[in-house]
Ligand binder design. Structure first.
Ligand SMILES: [Zn+2]
Length: 318
């Protein structure tokens, strides 16, 4: 049975509630934000400036904006140790959604991502998906004849991907000794979870073939939906999305790591979500009829033309 986008949002809303009830455990009742037992302060992850401007609290977390480069990030942020514990106890329902992708919502996005990377170099033979979950993206990559490698820290998801025949690792990237350099390294909705993006990109550079490409899909803090909904936007979850890059800050991070942006585009306009919100309804569960444009002014096409979609897809090269 096909799931409508609204039904998908309803499933996500349940997941959200379950996940947010887990936040309670960490919240200091006297302040309403996470207890400093679990967190640490940090400078801007892009420019290292230390003068953040408070944006809002969300589900116990505090989002700030760097007053120098405009990077949006969680500060304070969970310590590495607490984050690891949090993820280990976190059962991912997202992988179930991707596996029962009746609308082909994900496979369409995955295929388009592959198209854009492969367009650049037809000779690519291997792909690594960091945070591959149960391997849905690698399945599509394998169909195109690519050698598929996955990294997944969640053990049950790792087993699923492994059983499908992908070369799969249940370990951190820096601990894995790859036999060969890899042509395409992908991170779908993963990079925003990583506190030190610079270390991450540099580690990837070391395993990338000379002409290789890095593909990132990240939620964009420049998205129209994020800017209009502010704290109400589900991009801001309080714990997991530690770094929310925008157009300029992802460019800055790339250049810091000696990488060039080859292409950049946005996907998922969220016109429906914005319309619900502008009609005083729940942005994710509302039922606004006009889904084709925002107030008759901005449609899908103009949103993506101006890189204002919900997610940014970035291809990086040396
Ligand atoms: Zn900054």
């Amino acid at each position: 049975m096909k799931k409508s986008v609204k039904e998908l949002h309803a499933v996500r809303a349940k997941m959200w509630d379950a996940s947010m009830s887990r936040h309670e455990h960490y919240i200091d009742k006297s302040t309403g934000v996470f207890s400093n037992k679990f967190t640490e302060k940090r400078p801007c992850p892009v420019c290292t400036n230390n003068t953040p401007a408070f944006m809002f609290n969300k589900e116990g977390g505090t989002y700030v904006k760097c007053s120098s480069c405009n990077m949006v990030y969680l500060n304070p942020v969970f310590t590495a140790e607490e984050l690891t514990k949090y993820y280990q106890s976190n059962y991912s329902v997202e992988s179930e959604i991707v596996e029962t992708d009746d609308d082909d919502f994900y496979s369409t996005i995955y295929n388009q991502g592959l198209d854009s990377v492969l367009k650049e170099a037809q000779s690519f033979t291997s792909v690594l998906d960091i945070g591959c979950s149960s391997g849905a993206f690698l399945d599509l990559a394998a169909k195109r004849g690519l050698k598929t490698i996955g990294i997944e820290l969640n053990e049950s998801e790792f087993r699923l991907a492994e059983r499908k025949g992908h070369e799969t690792y249940n370990d951190s990237l820096e601990n894995i000794d790859f036999k060969q350099k890899i042509d395409i390294v992908c991170m779908w909705d993963v990079f925003e979870h990583i506190k030190n993006g610079e270390v991450c990109l540099n580690t990837i550079k070391n395993i990338l073939s000379k002409n290789g490409r890095i593909f990132l899909q990240i939620p964009s803090s420049d998205a129209l939906a994020a800017k209009m909904l502010g704290a109400k936007c589900n991009m801001f979850d309080g714990i997991e999305h530690v770094n929310l890059y925008g157009i300029e800050t992802i460019k800055k991070m790339a250049s810091k790591c000696g990488l060039k942006i080859e292409s950049m585009k946005t996907v998922i306009s969220e016109v429906g979500v914005i319309n619900n919100y502008l009609n005083y309804e729940d942005p994710y569960l509302g039922d606004t009829k006009n889904q084709s444009s925002v107030l008759g002014l901005i449609d899908d096409k103009s949103i993506h033309k101006n890189l204002l979609g919900y997610k940014l897809q970035v291809i990086l090269k040396r």
